[in-house]
Write a protein of this length. Structure first.
Length: 253
């Protein structure tokens, strides 16, 4: 089979799971498909919501000394925590990253799922994980981190897709080239910005004061009603954007 890589999951981190997870679900018309008890050993609790076939996860620390807690302290809670990609060769991608000087932080082996997480300091901006699930080359196939029947929780009447991720850096081209080498996708220039285009989403790299995963872009059925729902939950809306879970939600039709 030809090598492939797709965006599988975006992970945000919050000081507490509530009200972040219920606000995302309520505003974006999404449903929680799974809460994974396995993350408790890392001092975390989580919840996942499918946005079509990409999973949006929020994790929150419940004890001191967690990696997620240190991330919040370091960033002031601003920026996405992890970009997770499915592929057919996580170990090979991990070795390629190691050869670039990007260390492996953690290997998760829960058959039929196998994941390789790379060190966030070496990745810059956020954690990168590559994973593969046996028999899951179909994007709607099994994906154990999201539970046994995550597909049944897909809701598309409000939010139709997570289309893009915006990464911010003082050196956006350098960060794009670095992530492009790790992921195995050549950067392209689009409207004066540098982009990594995957089959199901794109990563755009823009100038900013710090290196963070700054924005998630969504396609929705009715932009005005989503922005109204965000205001009703007490979030400040500017144009077609609001801040939630440490990242900007940018809404488009």
């Amino acid at each position: 089979m030809a090598p492939y890589v797709r965006l599988r999951q975006i992970c945000l981190v919050a000081p507490q799971l509530e009200p972040v997870i219920s606000d995302i679900a309520g505003i974006m018309g999404l449903a929680v498909c799974y809460r994974d008890g396995n993350v408790a050993k890392y001092g975390l609790e989580n919840a996942l919501l499918p946005v079509d076939t990409i999973l949006l996860e929020v994790v929150a620390p419940f004890r001191d000394g967690t990696t997620a807690g240190r991330f919040i302290e370091k960033t002031g809670g601003r920026g996405g925590y992890m970009a997770i990609f499915c592929c057919n060769d996580p170990d090979q991608r991990g070795r390629n990253a190691n050869a670039m000087g990007v260390r492996t932080a953690n290997v998760i082996d829960h058959a039929p799922y196998h994941g390789v997480q790379l060190h966030p300091r070496d990745c810059r901006a956020a954690f990168i994980e590559f994973n593969h699930t046996d028999g899951s080359d179909d994007i709607l196939g099994p994906y154990p981190p999201a539970g046994s029947d995550w597909q049944k929780f897909i809701r598309k009447d409000v939010t139709q897709a997570l289309t893009g991720v915006e990464m911010q850096s003082p050196d956006p081209i350098g960060l794009a080239e670095h992530w492009g080498k790790i992921i195995g996708v050549a950067p392209t220039a689009v409207a004066g910005e540098t982009e990594l285009k995957l089959p199901n989403a794109s990563f755009r790299f823009v100038k900013g004061g710090s290196e963070i995963m700054s924005t998630l872009e969504f396609r929705v059925a009715d932009v005005a009603s989503v922005l109204h729902a965000a205001k009703a939950k007490g979030h400040a809306v500017a144009g077609n954007e609001f801040l939630l879970g440490g990242v900007t939600f940018r809404i488009g039709a």
